[in-house]
Design a protein around this ligand. Structure first.
Ligand SMILES: NC(=O)c1ccc[n+]([C@@H]2O[C@H](COP(=O)([O-])OP(=O)(O)OC[C@H]3O[C@@H](n4cnc5c(N)ncnc54)[C@H](O)[C@@H]3O)[C@@H](O)[C@H]2O)c1
Length: 343
């Protein structure tokens, strides 16, 4: 029998790519869940779902739509804060694996919209944990973030470092998720793995993140905002490498640690930080456009540099990111030009 996987955040950037990869393997039955909120244009979320064979006209709250393209994929519009609906879904489907990616993302938005983070990331995550407690799964994999390293300065960031200096409420909710998962792994024997993603980019990317913000402005001949006067670096990680890691992690149920808990946290990044100015140059070259820059001070909640130590993930699941920044930006720009030409 095929293993059944729930992917939350299915209409989102990473969720969409994860589902595409899982359904192409033809060994899983996949159920995607998303509330399709309007944090960024819903049209992009509907377009991603369309690419998964789910037509927007057939999407209804708490009712599943069956994919016209992938026979083993169903989508359900649901909010993870809706405990009752979520529990019914878990009861009905008896999931083997859960990949929980639904969250209120974005560092800057959390400064003015704290409640969105508490609701989706804390209340919603608690509902996922409770559902896994009531209807046990083989493995719960959930999205954490490199932002948990906050004001840490020792690099590369290692999962062995203490992370108790978040610089945003977003980061604080992701750290909370790791703590909550630990409690549930410990008390209720739920195998959990948290993945600290490092700046994911690629086709179908998020409009609130630098690559899309920059590409949009550059194509219109408008200046891009370069924060901290360009003195920043990010461990940009291609979405294809991320998805390969997520899928491998899913089937690698953590063994018991020294406390007898099946609990694991990994960094998942490229381990090759790129200077922001170099990233901008690569993007400008690929777009074939002049880049006008508006240098700005550092923004609240942001950090200067991220750099992942992924040695544990490499050692334990054979994770090996392959896509260089030049290759990844090229893929991103090819997709961007295609959608840009349609709009
Ligand atoms: N993209 C990155 O670089 C990055 C970096 C670190 C961590 N992450 C984390 O990875 C996960 C996926 O990120 P992404 O870039 O795909 O973001 P995304 O915003 O594109 O996807 C998240 C999806 O979750 C959905 N969602 C939000 N709240 C929900 C709720 N209450 N109920 C149901 N669905 C809800 C949204 O509609 C969205 O489609 C998130 O947890 C994010 O915090 C992403």
């Amino acid at each position: 029998m095929k293993k059944k996987v729930l992917v939350t955040g299915a209409a989102g950037f990473i969720g969409f790519h994860t589902i595409k990869s899982l359904v192409s393997e033809e060994v899983y039955e996949v159920i995607g869940l998303d509330n399709i909120n309007d944090y960024y244009p819903m049209t992009l979320k509907f377009e991603r779902l369309k690419a998964l064979g789910i037509h927007p006209d057939f999407i209804r709250y708490s009712k599943e739509s069956i994919s016209e393209t992938f026979k083993d994929f169903k989508f359900i519009r649901m909010d993870v804060t809706d405990e009752k609906a979520l529990f019914s879904l878990f009861q009905k489907e008896s999931f083997d694996y859960v990949i929980h990616l639904a969250a209120q993302a974005g560092v800057r938005y959390s400064i003015d919209n704290p409640n969105a983070y508490i609701q989706s990331n804390v209340v919603g995550f608690n509902n996922i944990l409770e559902a896994c407690r009531e209807y046990p799964v083989d493995h719960l994999v959930y999205a954490s973030s490199s932002s948990v390293y906050g004001l840490n300065t020792e690099q590369p960031f290692s999962v062995k470092h203490k992370v108790d200096k978040p610089a945003s409420l977003y980061a604080a909710t992701k750290k909370s998720n790791e703590l909550m998962a630990h409690t549930y792994s410990h008390l209720f024997n739920i195998p959990t793995t948290g993945l600290r993603f490092f700046t994911v980019y690629g086709p179908w990317g998020r409009p609130d993140m630098a690559p899309m913000l920059f590409a949009n402005a550059i194509s219109k001949g408008e200046p891009i905002k370069v924060f901290n006067n360009g003195q920043m670096e990010r461990d940009f990680t291609y979405v294809g490498d991320i998805v390969e890691g997520v899928c491998k992690v899913m089937t690698t149920v953590p063994s018991e640690n020294e406390n007898g808990n099946q609990y694991k946290i990994y960094n998942i990044g490229n381990s090759k930080p790129v200077q922001l100015m170099d990233f901008i140059e690569t993007l400008g070259n690929e777009l074939g456009m002049e880049v006008k820059k508006n240098f700005m001070p550092m923004q609240d909640g942001d950090v200067v540099s991220t750099y992942a130590d992924t040695s544990e993930l490499s050692r334990e699941i054979g994770y090996q990111p392959k896509v260089t920044i030049q290759e990844g930006v090229k893929e991103f720009v090819t997709w961007f030009k295609e959608i840009y030409s349609k709009s």
